[in-house]
Every structure is written in C-alpha cells, then in structure tokens.
Design a protein around this ligand. Sequence first.
Ligand code: MRU
Length: 348
Amino acid sequence: MAIKPIEYRDGVCRMIDQRLLPTEEVWRDYFDYQGVAEAIRTMVVRGAPAIGVAAAFGAWFGARDIDEEDFDRFFARFEKVCATLAATRPTAVNLSWALERMKNFAKANSSYPVADIKIVLEYEAMAIADEDIRVNMAMGRHGQELIPDGARVLTHCNAGALATGGFGTALGVLRAAQLAGKNISVLADETRPFLQGARLTAWELQKDNIPVTLICDNMAGYLMSKGEIDCVIVGADRIAANGDTANKIGTYTVAVLAKEHGLPFYVAAPTSTIDMSLADGSLIPIEERDAREVTHCGDKQIAPSGVAVRNPSFDVTPARLISAIITEWGIARGDYGEGLKTLMSRVR
Ligand code: MRU
C-alpha cells in the first residue's frame, strides 16, 4: 500500500515532513489550526488534494477550540478559521473545496447544539481524508485503460500518494496500470525549483517498486525526439470549466513538447480540483513563491546575491493540448466544456 502522508488519530494530525524527503523521514504532530496552516504554507504538506485533507483537519481543530454555544457566533468565528487556512496557498482549489465542505456541513446541522456539531465536524474531516483515497483508486481504474502495456510514461512534479490522502492521482493511474498487470516504467522530471519530482516522485515510486528513471526538466524534449517516451501524465491544482489546467510550473512546456511529438498528454485529477466557477485558465490565481527557491538548491546558493528572480509556482496548460482529463467519475475528452459539465453532474 502506498504511503499515507497524513494520519489522524484522537485529536492529533501527523504529517510526514515532505521538505526533508528523501533523505529523512520525519513525522510531525499538529494539534491546532494555526499549526496546520503553517504546515501548508511552508510545504510540510503539499499537493492539491493533500492540502485539502490537511485543511479539513485544521478546520476541525479550529472549530473544536471555539468557545461559543450560539451557532451564529460559533459560525462567524469558524469562518475566520477557514479563511486563515484558505489563505495559505492560492492556486490549488482543493483547499477551499475542503473548507467549503466543512462550513456547509456545519451550516446544514445548525439546528443542533454547537457541542454536537463540533463532534460531527471531526468525522467530516476524517471522511474527506478517507474519500480522497477511494476517489484516487476509482480514478486509477478509469485512467489505467489509457496506459498501454509496456508504456514509458513521463510525469512532472509529484502527483502521487504524497500529494493526496493516499494512492495518488497521476501516479495512482500508473499504480492501477501496474496492478492491472501492465509492465510500465516512469520518467520523472526533477521539477525545479522545489524538486518534487526528484525528491518525492522518485522516492515513492522506488519504495513501491515501480520502475522510475529521474531526468532533469530540460531533458524531456530530447528523450521524446528519440522515441523514448510514449505518453505524459500529470496531476492538477485547478481545472477551469473549459479544461484549461493549472499544475506545477513546467507542465505547460511538457504539454507543448508532447504536442510537437504527437504524444498523448493526460491530466488526472479528482472532481474536487475542477472549478466550474472559472470560465478559463486565465482566471486561475497563480502563486508566486519565495525567490530563495530559485537562488538556492537546498541550502546551497547557486545564483549571485541580489539577482532579480521570478518564481511562479504553477502554469496553465490550455485545454487544446490535453488529450484527456481523468476523474473518479470517468474521462472527459475533446469538448471539455460539455465533458466536465457531464462529469460534475454525477458528483453527489
Ligand atoms: O507546490 P506543490 O508541490 O503543492 O504542487 C503540486 C502539484 O503541482 C501537483 O502536480 C498537483 O497538486 C497535483 S497533486 C495530486
């Protein structure tokens, strides 16, 4: 079974510190919403679905610690807790999706005593965590049909178990292909500047005996031109209603290369990553992160002090470059406007 990066038990949320992988496996304990917010902001936990799961537990901690008996006063304070958690990272919509679900759950039960609502909110957070794994497994069953036996698959960033409640989105599809008896191998882009591919994808695939070869980001085009890559699969942080997809910086470049070489480019993401309120990808907020991620590699400075730096953490791949979007409710292709609407209408 693939790693679960977030474990919850008896009021303690344990998360593996993803900043220290692959050389150190350190688990950290969180007991309050401020701690969870800091863990998301500083990338102890990262990956769109995983930060949604972590935020749900943060929201539960926040709710538990609100000392109000009147629902309206409780809810006003709960909204502030959720706003703090939501502000930690702007691009991945799973974060606000999970927090909206926690708020809606509280509102739907507003006629009950606040003490009882707090108890069921804990279960709602646990349900979000458990469901994410089941959703990924369903996505895997749909998506593995697209992966031929013997495929050499390129992936970017980490859309694996570490980025989710467990099992993974893009890597979940590859896990499912392997479970279906297919002989697949993965090429992992290192994914500068934060190196999620080198540090996390390589680590989790190696751990699970899925053949993986690490490459630098600028090697993908060459390997495609030599016929060494059969398809590409990535995750997503937010998908607009027309299928435009935000994912880790560099994904767009890979999609353009795949188009040039006539290779399928697949996106695997749960429906909680689809934001039907945004007409297209130009409306997706793109997080800019600390310049230090670019000027340093770990603790080592690799650029002159004071140099100007840009560090957009995500880019948007236009829908026209995407061969299919794989979700737990099925696969959308071609006209994503219609396809995503149909899949979203199946979500309970
Ligand atoms: O900055 P990160 O590490 O949170 O970015 C993660 C990604 O871009 C992943 O590809 C995306 O969240 C999909 S995860 C299943």
